[in-house]
Design a protein around this ligand. Sequence first.
Ligand SMILES: Nc1ncnc2c1ncn2[C@@H]1O[C@H](COP(=O)(O)OP(=O)(O)OP(=O)(O)O)[C@@H](O)[C@H]1O
Ligand SMILES: [Zn+2]
Length: 293
Amino acid sequence: MSILGAIEAGGTKFVCGIGKEDGTVLERVSFPTATPEETMAQVVSFFQNKGVEAIGVGSFGPIDPVKGSPTYGRITTTPKPHWSNFDIVGHLGSHFQVPIEFDTDVNGAALGEYTWGAAKGFDSCLYITVGTGVGAGAVVGGELVHGLSHPEMGHILVRRHPEDKFEGFCPYHGDCLEGVAAGPSLSKRWGVPGADLTPDHPAWEMEAYYLAQALMNYILILSPQKIVMGGGVMKQLQLFPLIHAKLQELLNGYVQLPAISEQIADYIVPPQLGDNAGLCGALALAKKALAAG
Ligand SMILES: Nc1ncnc2c1ncn2[C@@H]1O[C@H](COP(=O)(O)OP(=O)(O)OP(=O)(O)O)[C@@H](O)[C@H]1O
Ligand SMILES: [Zn+2]
């Protein structure tokens, strides 16, 4: 079995790993995201002499994942200092002459759960992360969803909760989904980090109200066969039943499928790959690179 390289390129930290085509992770390291020069030097030294036959990169964005585009392989307009327009694929390619697959972290995670995790055996799935930001990736008909670029499903518009006085923190849209539901919105709205709010705090009902609206929109547009919800905020497992109930209330019987009625607890689930969802996502991208040659 081939040895694959996986890079989960996050805005806060990079996780690099060595794995196999069956999804096994053999080795992993993590370091804080510094300047591209410093960080990429650590990445290159980790993979040196490991004999990787392909590399997958699941990256924070926005990125250009469209092959053939003049800016393919770059992190594009990020406000993160020094990383804007950084050619991550070009840099890796100058050190390792192997196929490289580059996509968003959430598209990677969707592919990982589809290949080895909660969505194994299905044709489609959606992966949403609720962390420092909100993002989602999707597999439809066995393929990752791309278009002009990649979807930006974290920034959709949602109806305001009637009791929510918080203006939202998205620098572009204020109260888009990310602006009202990502981890920092919890601490800004309630004065304490989400991890310190008790499970019965009203924050969770409000959080579920926003996330259920997002899921309703994704279901109506993409009709995914499985929805996987990860990221720091989703460690609050009490959110799952709240989201299930809100979603059913919002759909109001319009989409009548077992997945959305009696089987909803199996339809909207935490990542089966657990805390390895991101790294396994990058590994799935490496597997794709290997297959494409
Ligand atoms: N147990 C928890 N309960 C609620 N919120 C949490 C919990 N753990 C982390 N968070 C929140 O999640 C956010 C961090 O998300 P995560 O751990 O997914 O990291 P990240 O990878 O930086 O996020 P992103 O995926 O957006 O890049 C922070 O805002 C933090 O307050
Ligand atoms: Zn936004």
